[in-house]
Design a protein around this ligand. Structure first.
Ligand SMILES: CC(=O)NCCS(=O)(=O)O
Length: 745
């Protein structure tokens, strides 16, 4: 950011303190040639509208068809009337104005300086470029770097050697679809904003997908969306749900056509231009959703007929008419103050300051992928219109194989394990109860979440077809399961440590295991809440033409600190700490199991138990190593994304994210194999279950005795080995029995 601008408002008369800003209109024109907005086709009953004089006889027609009356499209020559209005605005409490006329609609910063000097209104001028069709050929042929340099110069030195400096970039014009030149300008805007730290004001194309598409391009180019104003929402987004989704992207939300009360909208004739009352309803909607410091309002006067001199509402309409109407509709005085810029506590930060270095965040979802993948560039680097780039077929096939494996192995394996635990009381050892947490969470993910992922990522290549609630459920369950798996593994590791290394410590029994399990679930359910709260479904910007939807977890840029705190804590407490705890618990277990010297005669039974203990220990080590291997890429990826910004937005492409996510989810397959499929204790029960099912075997609790370890045998193994060994040495049975009681209770 330019140092001398930091924390300042730069008007055409120089820098001022934000406390001097006062009531501010954030999108106006005082000197403009709006002929690029002209609509040459006149209504059939008025073919000569264009040549009619501007008088009371014709005012009604001009108000109805303002863009077909060429003289109406310019404020040139109206400077006296405009200045009268600026004085009127000041008399009624107005103080500042952002003048958004850029190259293409005849910007004139010298004129703005004169107006500011003569009226006392603080005028902040905009740098940059209007829509493609209005631009001179030099802009089309300019390189991106040249555009950046011009915009930076306009803010730091002033346009064309005037020495009168712009204070914002915008309005930056875009059409729909966005043209190659407009994309070049947007990318240059983001680069200039990065150097300057100043606000950017966007004129989106006239399409509901246009605002978000511009945000995507700016964000991908490193722009600061938290300091970007999306103008003309009045005629861009009409649906409250879509508005909420757009608001979540984090830009300022601007309704700037206040005063236009004709519902016929010449620019897009099948769209109804809202009335002020309807604008207020939309504003109220986002205020109710908590975006009160994100809403700005203005008139965007760019035609004569809206000036008071021509019978229009003028620049004071908001102050005189809209604010009272808002108050009457339940908007608070404080909220109107913020919208009008008179809340000086928020203004400095709203207009200038350190740019956020990060826009969106997501957890298990794929926001970056869907919002930030490389668009508009062909292999040879040439610009194209945004279009979808599906993930490669081979990658999706590989991903599909992983998902199917998860569904089959985790779905079947864990279900069988849970049935065994449910059916055979003797199978409910303490260790098995702890494993049941893993099994249940992995089972739910396998049958509930992974089929949706298969449909979303693989079959329909990121088209979510199941609505917002289901998106939230799937994201939430996946996240809960992740935390349950991690925490259950830690508990199992700690339990094994106590069993083997600290046999004299008071250990928990089955009831204790159930209580610990309840704690694991409660903790996981709570810490996963943000993944449900911030889940949303929105049109997939890469595929808006086909009505595809994105499902992911999106945090608002305004919650950046909380976001970083949350994901930082998850990294620390759900990955690093568990790995450390599991490692610290495993090392002494390995040492003890592999180095213990057993006294007395080693019978075959003892040897078998020792072997079993070693196998179990190796299993624990394997689980830990594979946990780290599977989850480390996911967390490293997230850390690079969130904290170091090593990954550029275009690096965050489909394949990397889906690969690390699939590896992380694949960990549940390993858990299922190690704890369920390859666990002799469990497979013995499964065999019995199979016989039961075929009616060959009538299970009784007594005959389960044959195939299982003694009750809680897992926990007792060390002592059992020791016990047998002691018996082999013919020591006092009573003494041994006492010790056994002591250590197993
Ligand atoms: C000056 C300007 O572009 N105003 C916006 C007019 S529009 O009808 O909302 O596009």
């Amino acid at each position: 950011m330019a140092e001398d601008l930091k924390g300042k408002i730069q008007t055409v008369l120089g820098c001022m303190d934000p406390s001097q800003l006062g009531r501010t209109l954030t999108h106006e024109h005082l000197w403009i040639d709006a002929s690029p907005l002209g609509v040459p086709t006149c209504p059939p009953f008025l073919p000569n509208l264009n040549s009619l004089p501007f008088n009371m006889d014709n005012l009604g027609f001009i108000r109805q068809f303002p863009y077909s009356h060429t003289p109406n499209l310019t404020l040139h020559g109206e400077e006296q009337h405009v200045m009268e209005e600026l004085k009127f605005y000041r008399q009624h409490g107005g103080s500042s104005m952002v003048e958004c006329t850029t190259v293409g609609i005849s910007n004139n910063i010298g004129m703005l300086k004169t107006m500011a000097e003569k009226t006392g209104v603080n005028i902040i001028a905009g740098a940059g470029y209007y829509v493609d069709s209005s631009l001179p050929s030099e802009v089309h042929s300019a390189t991106q770097e040249q555009l950046v340099s011009t915009m930076v110069q306009d803010v730091t030195q002033g346009p064309a050697g005037t020495g009168i400096r712009c204070g914002v970039i915008g309005e930056i014009g875009t059409s729909w679809p966005i043209t190659a030149t407009e994309k070049k300008v947007l990318v240059a805007t983001a680069a200039a904003q990065t150097q300057l730290g100043c606000p950017v004001i966007i004129h989106p194309g006239r399409n509901r997908a246009a605002p978000a598409e511009v945000i995507r391009i700016l964000a991908e180019a490193g722009g600061d969306i938290g300091r970007t104003v999306m103008s003309h929402l009045d005629r861009s987004i009409y649906d409250k749900g879509e508005l909420s989704e757009f608001a979540a992207l984090g830009s300022y939300l601007e309704w700037d056509l206040f005063g236009i009360e004709v519902s016929y909208y010449q620019q897009v004739s099948d769209v109804d231009m809202p009335s002020d009352a309807q604008r207020i309803q939309m504003v109220k909607h986002v205020l109710e959703e908590g975006y009160e410091d994100r809403v700005v309002i203005a008139h965007d006067i760019h035609t004569k007929h809206r000036l008071m001199h021509y019978g229009g509402h003028g620049y004071s309409h908001i102050l005189l008419n809209v604010v009272p109407m808002m108050l009457a509709r339940g908007v608070s005085q404080e909220q109107t103050n913020i919208m009008n810029g008179s809340n000086t506590d928020t203004d400095p930060d709203n207009l200038y300051g350190n740019p956020y270095d990060h826009l969106y965040a997501y957890d298990y979802g794929d926001l970056f992928d869907d919002f930030y993948s490389t668009l508009g560039q062909e292999e040879d680097g040439t610009d194209t219109q945004p279009q979808d780039r599906p993930a490669s077929l081979s990658f999706r096939a590989a991903l599909g194989v992983v998902y199917v494996l998860i569904i089959v192995i985790c779905g079947v394996g864990n279900l069988v394990f849970l049935v065994v635990i449910g059916r055979y009381k003797k199978a409910r050892t303490k260790t098995n109860l702890l494993i049941a947490n893993l099994a249940f969470s992995d089972f739910v993910v396998a049958v509930l979440c992974v089929p949706f992922s298969l449909d979303y990522y693989v079959i329909h290549d990121r088209a979510w077809r199941y609505g917002g609630e289901m998106c939230a459920v799937v994201n939430y369950v996946k996240t809960v399961s992740l935390h349950v798996s991690t925490n259950a593994l830690v508990v199992i590791g700690v339990d094994r440590y106590i069993t083997i290394v600290r046999p004299r410590w008071r250990r928990v029994g089955k009831t204790g295991a159930m209580l610990v399990s309840a704690g694991v679930w409660l903790l996981s359910i709570l810490i996963a809440v943000p993944s449900a709260k911030f889940s949303l479904v929105r049109p997939n910007l890469r595929r808006h033409h086909q009505g595809y939807s994105f499902c992911g977890v999106v945090w608002n840029a305004r919650h950046l600190t909380v976001y970083k705190g949350y994901y930082g804590s998850m990294l620390a407490f759900q990955f690093v700490l568990p790995v450390v705890v599991m490692a610290v618990c495993s090392l002494p277990v390995i040492w003890k199991v592999f180095h213990r010297e057993l006294p007395g005669i080693l019978t075959d039974a003892i040897r078998e138990k020792v072997q079993r203990s070693k196998r179990k220990t190796l299993r624990l080590v394997l689980i830990l190593a594979l946990f780290v291997l599977c989850w480390a890429p996911y967390y490293v990826y997230a850390a690079l994304r969130d904290f170091h910004h090593v990954l550029t937005l275009t690096d965050l492409n489909t394949n990397i994210f889906y690969a690390v996510e699939a590896a992380a989810m694949g960990n549940s397959v390993i858990n299922t194999c190690v704890y369920v499929a390859f666990n002799k204790n469990v497979t013995n029960f499964v065999r019995m279950l199979a016989k039961d099912c075929r009616g060959l075997h009538q299970t009784t609790e007594s005959n389960t005795q044959q195939i299982m370890l003694p009750s809680d045998g897992e926990e007792e193994e060390y002592d059992n080995i020791t016990l047998l060994s002691y018996i082999g040495r013919s020591e006092s049975f009573r003494q041994i029995f006492d010790r056994c009681q002591e250590t197993t209770l």
